[in-house]
Design a protein around this ligand. Structure first.
Ligand code: G3P
Ligand code: CA
Length: 253
């Protein structure tokens, strides 16, 4: 009975695949999300931006320079322009046919693959405030029946406030790097449901973890020691470029 009780009280750390499976696939591509589902990730993290013609695309940076063979800011390019470029050849020629996906294409893929975990959508408005990105993203997610759940995260409080108005029931996660001011805000604002701090923050503030009553998912946790740290502190989730390794370690833990 005691064992049962203890087991019940344990919080299981969920493994979120960062930008898909960033370590072994070109980030934020259908190939990366396919890999994340294949290894059995509990959650999948991705980043969204808005093109000049108001399409929601899945890509990390605000320009296509680093992760495609083209150049330019997403906000200055139409989807058709962005689509000419490869989003995989920079990583490995075998992925040369990967393109910058629309968020809707990722949702379709996850549906087809019968993903039943958590999709973590990061609204990338830390540098540039796209008009209507939150509304369009929320509309897309709520207008269909999906076999998986979704949560939103952002470094930008304005984006989370906006999403709270659009989807008051949704989980809203505040991203924090090292700032302690942010954690105070994240703790006091009731509509912020969860905190997503960096591993650096967690290491500096391990004594605070127990006191925080909101779910904590930490990023980017890429080595075994950091993974064990998250398991030991029973954090709600880790966001990792190595989902397969994290799942293996969790299994053996
Ligand atoms: O979700 C956590 C992490 O993705 C935030 O940082 O720069 O990888 O988007 P970044
Ligand atoms: Ca991100």
């Amino acid at each position: 009975a005691l064992k049962h009780l203890l087991h019940h009280d344990l919080v299981e750390t969920q493994i979120f695949a960062h930008r898909g499976s960033k370590s072994n696939r070109p980030e934020n591509t259908l190939a990366a999300f396919t890999e994340a589902v294949r290894v059995g990730a509990d959650g999948i993290e991705l980043d969204v931006h808005l093109t000049k013609d108001n399409q929601i695309v899945v890509i990390h940076d605000e320009s296509i320079d680093r992760t495609t063979n083209g150049i330019g800011f997403i906000r200055d390019m139409t989807f058709e322009e962005i689509r000419q470029y490869s989003a995989g050849s920079w990583f490995d020629t075998q992925y040369k046919f990967e393109k910058v996906p629309l968020l809707s294409e990722v949702l379709d893929l996850l549906k087809e693959m019968n993903f039943t975990g958590v999709l973590n959508i990061e609204i990338k408005t830390d540098n540039y405030q796209y008009i209507g990105l939150e509304q369009k993203t929320s509309d897309l997610l709520t207008s269909q029946d999906l076999p998986f759940s979704h949560i939103y995260c952002s470094f930008n409080l304005q984006s989370l406030t906006c999403l709270y108005e659009l989807e008051p029931e949704s989980e809203l996660c505040y991203l924090m790097s090292t700032s302690d001011k942010k954690i105070q805000k994240g703790l006091t604002l009731e509509y912020i449901t969860s905190l997503h701090p960096s591993i650096k923050w967690i290491k500096k503030n391990t004594n605070q973890i127990k006191k925080i009553k909101k779910p904590i998912r930490v990023w980017t946790v890429n080595n075994d020691l950091d993974m064990y740290l998250a398991f030991n502190h029973q954090l709600s989730g880790i966001i990792t470029d190595y989902p397969e390794l994290a799942l293996q370690l969790k299994e053996q833990y």
